[in-house]
Design a binder for this molecule. Structure first.
Ligand code: GLA
Length: 460
């Protein structure tokens, strides 16, 4: 069976930060429509895209599930005026992979999938967190000496953010929290979605904002959430995911300079073309250790090149000096890593200018080149992703395709003629299953705003 999933629990394109009132009649109507839609979809064996107007309210189903869990865990919501709700998106990355931690340019966008968080003060002084995606309750004293679990537990992504706010002397009251995500597969940064959502929650409940300027405040929040992952969880991720999720803008991709988190927003206007997330459904196992290994390799390469070229990050090396630089490195593996980083950085600038000129075809070619570089030079793809992306690149109507995020499994991104999506999912889905033995999934992308409070019972 081919699984073709789309945005059935989507965001209102007009919903904006910080607090949005959702009329409960609309909420229940949307929930009803969603149920009818799901029943129809089940009958056809696939999920069909809802017309835009019908999926116009919220992540109705997800919000309802998180709300039910909240009530089952802590009591009924209706009487509690202090309850607040948040939505923190996932992100895609158009191009610029594995170069955020090399001070490079990347080109991400926030999308319709994400994490819903519901919270209220509990008067107990402790933080209690439950999740619809994972069993058990995480409970801790936000002012206590918190330790990471071994192996890493989902609660560590929450605790790490509290630890970082503790370091800047933010005192958080006791809170009851329920979370739930609908982010498919790996590669769309569910971890940063949770971290940034928790950071927004903490700032909302405490009134702590590091700057009066909203953009600067969100930059600081992004760096803080990144530190939570680097220092508490122990993954040396760059700033792309937290930055994209905190600073996303509806219908815009962000040309992000990871050396200082400055951003230029680019309208994503693709005419008859769409972006499609393809999920290889391959679980990443060695992902975190292999990710940290790549970070070590490029740090080593930088230490060799720094004294010769006077650069402070690898992405400062101009593309026309790359061969010169490679001549100075003996290790062929390090040479390949450098070649990926420098060429990918160059592709990002080209991609932004092609996109803004409306050169969609040229933009697609860069996606293909990016995948080849990630496969052959950076070696972060694997059989499942290569099979899926290889199949995708050969289909009619496809202008480009590549893996996305950390790699080693998870999702990819395809630029495809909108009218070809249905046939694409059928053909690629069938061929992928024949080769790999299980199904891939397909999700058209909708680019939305960054993390925000979505409504408050105070206003209802
Ligand atoms: C993960 C990390 C990001 C980035 C990507 C690869 O998503 O969290 O910082 O390095 O991988 O581009």
């Amino acid at each position: 069976m081919v699984i073709f999933k789309t945005q059935s629990e989507c965001e209102d394109s007009n919903v904006s930060s910080p607090a949005v009132k959702v009329n409960s009649v609309e909420y229940h109507l949307a929930a009803l429509l969603l149920m009818v839609h799901s029943a129809r979809s089940a009958a056809y064996g696939r999920t069909i895209r809802l017309p835009k107007g019908l999926c116009s309210r919220m992540h109705v189903n997800l919000l309802k599930q998180v709300q039910d869990l909240f009530e089952n865990s802590y009591g009924t919501l209706n009487h509690l005026a202090s309850v607040r709700r948040f939505f923190s998106p996932a992100r895609i990355n158009l191009i610029g992979e594995h170069i955020d931690y090399c001070g490079g340019l990347v080109f991400p966008a926030a999308v319709q999938f994400g994490t819903v968080i519901i919270a209220q003060p509990n008067g107990l002084g402790t933080i209690r967190v439950v999740s619809i995606n994972e069993p058990g309750k995480v409970e801790f004293d936000p002012a206590g000496a918190l330790q990471r679990s071994t192996p890493t537990h989902w609660g560590d992504y929450v605790k790490g953010v509290f630890v970082e706010y503790g370091k800047v002397n933010v005192e958080v009251p006791g809170l009851d929290v329920a979370v739930g995500g609908d982010i498919p597969g790996g590669g769309l940064s569910s971890s940063a979605s949770l971290e940034v959502g928790i950071a927004v929650l903490i700032e909302t409940f405490t009134g702590y904002f590091s700057s009066d300027d909203n953009f600067a405040n969100r930059q600081a929040l992004s760096w803080l959430a990144q530190r939570a992952e680097n220092e508490f969880v122990g993954v040396n991720c760059g700033i792309m995911d937290q930055g994209a999720i905190a600073l996303g803008k509806e219908n815009h991709a962000m040309l992000m300079d990871c050396s200082d988190l400055s951003i230029s927003y680019y309208a994503v206007e693709l005419g008859n073309y769409s972006l499609l997330i393809v999920n290889s459904c391959k679980q990443r196992r060695l992902g975190e250790s292999a990710y940290n290994k790549r970070c070590e390799e490029v740090a080593l390469a930088l230490s060799i090149l720094q004294p010769v070229f006077g650069i402070s990050t690898l992405c400062e090396l101009p593309i026309d000096l790359v061969n010169d630089a490679l001549d100075r490195i003996d290790d062929p593996i390090l040479c390949r890593r450098v070649r990926h980083v420098v060429s990918e950085h160059d592709r990002v600038s080209q991609a932004a200018s092609r996109l803004s000129r409306g050169d969609i075809e040229g933009f697609g070619k860069l996606l293909n080149e990016s995948h080849r570089s990630l496969q052959q030079d950076y070696e972060v793809t694997g059989h499942e992703l290569d099979t899926l992306i290889g199949l995708a690149q050969r289909q009619p109507g496809v202008l480009g395709a590549r893996m996305m995020g950390a790699g080693f499994g998870g999702c990819g991104l395809v630029l495809i003629k909108t009218s070809s999506i249905e046939q694409f999912s059928e053909v690629v889905g069938t061929a992928y299953r024949a080769e790999i033995g299980y199904d891939a999934e397909f999700y058209p992308v909708e680019i939305g705003p960054g993390a925000r409070e979505i409504m408050s019972t105070n206003n209802e």
